[in-house]
Design a protein around this ligand. Sequence first.
Ligand SMILES: O=P(O)(O)OC[C@H]1O[C@H](O)[C@H](O)[C@@H](O)[C@@H]1O
Length: 421
Amino acid sequence: MSKMDFAYMDAGRHITAEEYEQAYAENRKFLEEAYTDSERYKDSLGWLEPEEWVGEEALDRIVKKAEQVRRDADVFVLVGVGGSNQAARAVIKALQMEDGPEILYAGNNISAHYVNKMLSSLEGKSVYINVIAKNFETLEPGIGFRVLRSWQEGRYGKEANSRIAVTGTTGSRLHEIARENGYDFFVFPDNIGGRYSVLSDVGLYPMAVAGIDVRALVQGARDMKAELSDRESEDNIALKYATYRKLLLEKGYAIEMMAFFEPQLHYFSKWWIQLFAESEGKQGKGIYPVSVSYSEDLHSVGQYVQEGQPIIFETFLDVEKQNASIVLEADHVDDGFGYLDGKDFWEINRAAFEATIGAHSDSGIPCLKLTVPEISEYYFGQMFYMFEFACYLSGSILGINPFDQPGVENYKGYMFSRLGK
Ligand SMILES: O=P(O)(O)OC[C@H]1O[C@H](O)[C@H](O)[C@@H](O)[C@@H]1O
């Protein structure tokens, strides 16, 4: 049984125990269906069994290639957008390894200013790149790759080829380009959409280059899968989360705010936002996901959360293990903060966490709390799998397909025609 759990914090104010139990019991059928109905979304369920794309052989290849790049690179540029870069960026930014190459991001915007700055920061450094794209029509990574490829060729000539790795679907144009030029090729699974792709070459290769322990991450996901697929369990954490969310939506809480007190979780929350927004936001349905970095945002949107329209519920990420320490020493200046002398920032941040969740639930905001033992590879693996599975269940509960994104395709059509495609 995982040490992660969701708790509902406001003692039946919005959802009574009976209501929850009844909804949970009704939703159990979706759990059954999720692991048995392999036909319904057969082109999108490649992530459901992590072993399909990250068995030992795939992991060995990832780690081996990454070690080679780590030995020689000063900078590694991850070129990709959306589901193709969010998960790797979430973990890399959160765990920030001291050694190894600096990781930069490209192909996730079309800003000339950003691209210029990024290119000039490469001067004089040993540079490797990894472009990741599923359909290779998305404009940002497409043109980002072209610019970086030509920068590499200008700088290294023929040797550039050994500094470029491509992650695309087998048989795609990107695959051909890799073959024609002798780039390393990693597989973007055909049966996994970007936002569900972390447990494949897509998420794991860049993480491994950054020095992340990808085996521990995959183990976390495997253990979470074993737990969630136990259909006898009375307390399935993904179904619990999906059930609370749906009940809150029915009561008018259409916005879910992921709240965290460790800024290192910022990019993880962005991954989570993409997962739920693209999966659920269709047919006029779904919860709108946003995130806040507390305590900073308590001084801005905190006001709205407390007293604005009652349409927001909060999902707090509670990290149990202390990951750093800095003690506030007593000072010769009487600055009015003497009541904090000798306290650790960690302890003060904990107090802020408890106080916020207390204040918010007392003033009637529905609060969920996800407790995570620590911020580590293993628990990122657990969270990735748990949220993906919960999102899949939520799709069934809402009656929408959680694996397509027709709205995004629609805007792309407008953009392509404006640009003369
Ligand atoms: O990997 P790509 O095909 O370039 O896709 C990158 C991203 O772009 C799209 O616009 C989709 O809405 C996302 O779901 C996807 O992750």
